[in-house]
Write a protein of this length. Sequence first.
Length: 324
Amino acid sequence: MMRRTLLLLAILLPLLALAAYGLFQWVSSPPGSGRTVELTVPRGIGARGVAELLADSGLVRSQHYVLWRYSGMEGEPPLQAGRYLLSDTMQVDSILFRLASGRVMPVPTHWVTIPEGLRMDTTLALLSDSLDIPLPVLDSLARDSAFLEDLGVPCLEGYLYPETYELADTLSPRQVMARIVLTGLARWEPAEGEDRHRTVILASIVEREAMVDDERALIAGVFVNRLRRGMRLESCATVQYALGRVRDTLLYRDLEVDSPYNTYVHEGLPPGPICSPGRKALEAAVSPDTSEGYLYFVSRGDGSGRHLFARTHAEHARNIRSVR
């Protein structure tokens, strides 16, 4: 009986060893189909969580083998969170060294340029087309009072700061909008004692009225001088905003449009910005040039984008006649 048992063991043990060796070879080898996987490792999941993630993604055959190989790494270096581009042809050790080194895959980005003077709806359409974000999602954020409160702005009109942005594809729509608004808030400060929102409103009008940089402060000064005297601003740009479209020439009936943005009818600043002003328009609104006492301006109409300025209505009337 003992002889039979010994004989059986002599036969089985080599077979078991061979099977164990074969199993080890299979477990330790990559799946090897040539599949590439973008793996996102969240923060704080630990080595066991990473091993499960690798197994679930099909990059390794066994999470237990991963943990065994990890325990053999000197010092068991922490596995870094991030997005990795991995292949199922990689050895487990290679994957672990990649995760320990933190050599994450480059995050795809898109470049988006927001020009000065765009209305909010135009800017949102631009972002939607450029970043492949559904426009209704952006429209919803623009009207989300809690989101606006978190950003510290009363509205998005006027606060989608004109600049060229590199935006990661991994950003959510909320993060995209926050990045743009907070960039603008960090770029400038209102004058001491001046309300930021009033400055943005004034800057938005200057942005739409001024065509050349060296006239921005003068045009801002005209509006400030008129406000100080209790005169209506009578800005064509605000009327165009009220109409919802830009016209090369406004008609007299346009100047009577029923809107709080019609500064030919209503005194003071309009209730909100009419576009997103750029840095130079904001600087002009912060430091308007009121020294000349100008109260009026009219386009020269010669293609230069420049204006004729006047201190009195009579002088303004002469300027109008001179450019016709």
